[in-house]
Design a protein around this ligand. Structure first.
Ligand code: HEM
Length: 212
């Protein structure tokens, strides 16, 4: 498999880009998850926020091995600085929370880079929703400087930081089988986050289906 960025990346954003394919294939699960989170009202008070933070800690723990993976570091040169586990741990200390019990991480070495790309797409993408979540946490005294450090924006701006990520995501050449593992990785990441929200008692009802 190729894990080096291709120098032949096109400068025009084509709808057939890997990023756009990921976006299209996970759009429905993303919308359903957003709706469930907002109905679950995780920012109503600090007790609920603590459950949200414990869930975030688990997600960042799940993917922590990705940041040290040489194949993924070759694809995303700024990968190390995208890690947010230590910021979420700092948030827990801000709020005086005991270290929550954590599962065994979902991903462990050896990492399959295409699968890791799918997981990273989901976790990096989720940061685009952070400004909306921060609008809510601020009402309970939690912000980017206290308790929600893991949601803080990048100095270059979230938009540009995200563009650098998607450009790197799109630049690498992959086989068809590897492409399928990128999509499967993103689906697994969304499924994991969904399950963690449910387990934390933070997920509102799943959107009604027309048949039910
Ligand atoms: C209520 C909570 C959430 C809100 C309000 C929210 C909102 C948003 C917004 C506004 C964007 C930017 C869309 C754009 O610029 O086109 C976004 C993108 C994204 N979000 Fe969420 N989000 C939430 C939760 C999550 C969660 C929990 C995940 C997964 C862990 C997630 C994954 C993503 C991904 C992958 C993208 C990138 C989509 C793309 O490819 O453009 N979001 N979200």
């Amino acid at each position: 498999m190729s894990s080096a960025p291709s120098s032949a990346a096109s400068s025009t954003a084509t709808p057939a880009s890997r990023w756009r394919r990921l976006q299209a294939s996970t759009d429905a699960v993303h919308r359903a998850l957003d709706a469930r989170i907002m109905t679950g009202d995780p920012f109503r008070d600090r007790d609920r926020y603590a459950r949200f933070l414990a869930m975030q800690l688990q997600v960042f723990r799940d993917i922590d091995a990705l940041y040290a993976d040489p194949g993924l570091r070759a694809i995303f040169p700024d990968l190390a600085e995208r890690r947010r586990l230590h910021l979420a741990e700092h948030d827990a200390r801000d709020l005086g929370l005991a270290e929550p019990p954590l599962d065994t991480p979902a991903l462990a070495p050896p990492i399959d880079p295409p699968t890791g790309m799918g997981w990273l797409y989901v976790i990096e993408g989720a940061d685009l929703g952070s400004p909306f979540l921060l609008q809510e946490t601020i009402k309970i005294g939690i912000d980017e400087e206290f308790g929600a450090r893991h949601m803080r924006g990048h100095p270059q701006g979230r938009g540009l930081h995200w563009r650098h990520f998607t450009e790197a995501l799109d630049a690498v050449a992959l086989s068809e089988a590897e492409e399928a593992r990128v999509i499967a990785g993103a689906e697994a990441a969304f499924a994991r986050v969904n399950a963690l929200f449910e387990r934390a008692g933070l997920a509102g009802a799943a959107p009604a289906t027309p048949a039910s």
